[in-house]
Design a protein around this ligand. Structure first.
Ligand code: TYD
Ligand code: MG
Length: 455
């Protein structure tokens, strides 16, 4: 019998160690090491002598042929864009996301529309009946997508050999296991070995494979983090489960830009592509309401207008409450301190609640100005005119700092019919503004923005 060996593996980054350690020396995380059983390899490998004949030959870059790979059109504009123009044959794509966010729905919906491709959908999580029920909710024409419920890697290869598919889907990698390793499915060693084997298969046969992987909030299951090094492309599907918007983000892409972003809306009958996110996010009527400011934000490479809402009220209890949804709370506290110190607003005894409409999480610093404006608007109970929007980062001394891609932000605001936009003064240097129909209001300091908005 083969001798059993145990190693301790970091669930965060995959680093292993012969004994348990509290802090991972590789990623610095605490308490992430778990015990894994691996079978010791008994075969004595011959040492490399250097005299064997080589299987491949080194070439100069000029000798390597093939420029642009033909891409597989996924019949989904958002997905195509995030993939960098379609799926590359022979590539391994990992689609990660929290449970229940809609990963299986997105993939199933996509393959149901790929009528000219033979797709093998391997489900380790749901039964064929469950998949059928899900597919029935999504409108599609007849599709010859093959479904098989299987969790053994060896069996999966048998199915692939028998069916010769053009595209393989594995839902999810955490349920797949190989017989060569003793540890349970979903453990780090299994996940790593299975995906390395699948990568080899994808490269050798030039068949693209899409892996679905779970991210778990506690990180107790072997997370796709370990996989990120192995696969070619990592896509992340995110969003708040209670809202209908979902964002597909590219985190790593060997065949395209990681700045791309896809937006979907979860509906009763599957996911709908959202090609103009601004219109959706701004659809609510908020005429005459204080505490609302519209920001021209950029996520990835797409500009869109979002609504920031604030509520400022007197604190009833001793400690004022501060809460932010979709925005960094520490950043909001910093902005409140700037308002207090530079503009002279007494907010220390006030509760402040901030919300980014639509359940989006925005990391763009250019929404600082709208956060401040929404807070001021609510504090004074004065509305900001509906046709005004803004973009600008706020610095610690109350200065409005320049933001990137200002032309795109202004263009998006103009396209959606806004009449005025507050922009950082420094951004306008050397910019040709003669063709713009929208009025630009350059601001240098928070006070100036305040005067421009509220008189
Ligand atoms: P699912 O794709 O199963 O999530 P994941 O694979 O990431 O775990 O998505 C499940 C959720 O999506 C579930 O809560 C129901 C919802 N849903 C819809 O709202 N409309 C639909 O048409 C479908 C198929 C699912
Ligand atoms: Mg699923």
């Amino acid at each position: 019998m083969a001798k059993e060996k145990t190693v301790y593996v970091c669930t965060n980054c995959g680093q292993d160690s012969p004994k348990w350690i509290g802090k991972c020396p590789s990623c610095g995380a605490w308490n992430t090491y778990v015990e894994e059983v691996v079978r010791k390899e008994t075969a004595n490998k011959r040492p490399v002598s250097g005299l064997e004949t080589a299987k491949s030959k080194p070439l100069t870059l000029n000798d390597i042929t093939g420029g642009d790979e033909p891409r597989i059109d996924m019949c989904d504009e958002e997905l195509n864009r995030v993939l960098g123009g379609g799926l590359v044959p022979g590539s391994l794509v990992l689609l990660g996301g929290e449970p229940g966010i809609g990963k299986s729905t997105l993939v199933l919906q996509t393959v149901l529309h790929l009528s000219d491709k033979k797709v093998l959908y391997i489900s380790g999580e749901e039964s064929a009946r469950q998949l059928k029920l899900r597919a029935d909710r999504i409108p599609h024409n007849s599709s010859d997508c093959l479904i098989v419920c299987e969790t053994s890697l060896e069996q999966i290869y048998v199915h692939i050999k028998n069916t010769q598919p053009d595209l393989v889907i594995i839902d999810s990698i955490q349920t797949i296991s190989t017989e060569t390793i003793d540890s349970s499915p979903g453990s780090l060693v299994q996940v790593r070995e299975c995906s390395a084997s699948i990568l080899k298969f994808a490269k050798e046969t030039n068949t693209p494979v899409i892996l679905i992987g779970h991210i778990n909030k506690e990180g107790s299951i072997a997370g796709p983090k370990v996989l990120e090094h192995i696969v070619d492309t990592v896509l992340q599907f995110e969003g708040d489960q209670h809202y209908m918007y979902r964002i597909l983000r590219s985190i790593k892409n060997r065949f395209g830009s990681t700045a791309e972003l896809g937006i979907y809306e979860m509906r009763q009958n599957g996911l709908r592509q959202v090609s103009n996110p601004s219109e959706l996010l701004l659809s609510q009527d908020h005429d005459g309401m204080s505490g609302v400011a519209i920001a021209s934000a950029i996520e990835g490479v797409r500009p869109f207008l979002i609504e920031t809402q604030a509520l400022v009220s007197s604190a009833v209890y001793g400690n004022p409450q501060r809460s932010a949804t979709g925005f960094d709370l520490r950043r909001m506290n910093m902005l409140l301190a700037v308002l207090e110190k530079r503009v002279g607003f007494k907010l220390a005894q006030k509760d402040v609640f901030l919300n980014i409409a639509g359940g989006l999480r925005v990391n763009d610093p250019a929404i600082d100005l709208s956060v401040i404006s929404a807070i001021l608007s609510s504090n004074m109970d004065t509305e900001i005119e509906r046709d005004t929007c803004m973009a600008g980062e706020v610095g610690l001394s109350g200065e409005i700092r320049p933001v990137n891609r200002i032309e795109q932000r202004i263009g998006e605001a103009e396209k959606l019919g806004f009449k005025r936009i507050l922009v950082p003064k420094h951004n306008l240097q050397g910019m040709d503004t003669s063709k713009l129909k929208i009025e630009l209001i350059p601001v240098r300091k928070v006070e100036e923005a305040f005067r421009a908005l509220f008189g």
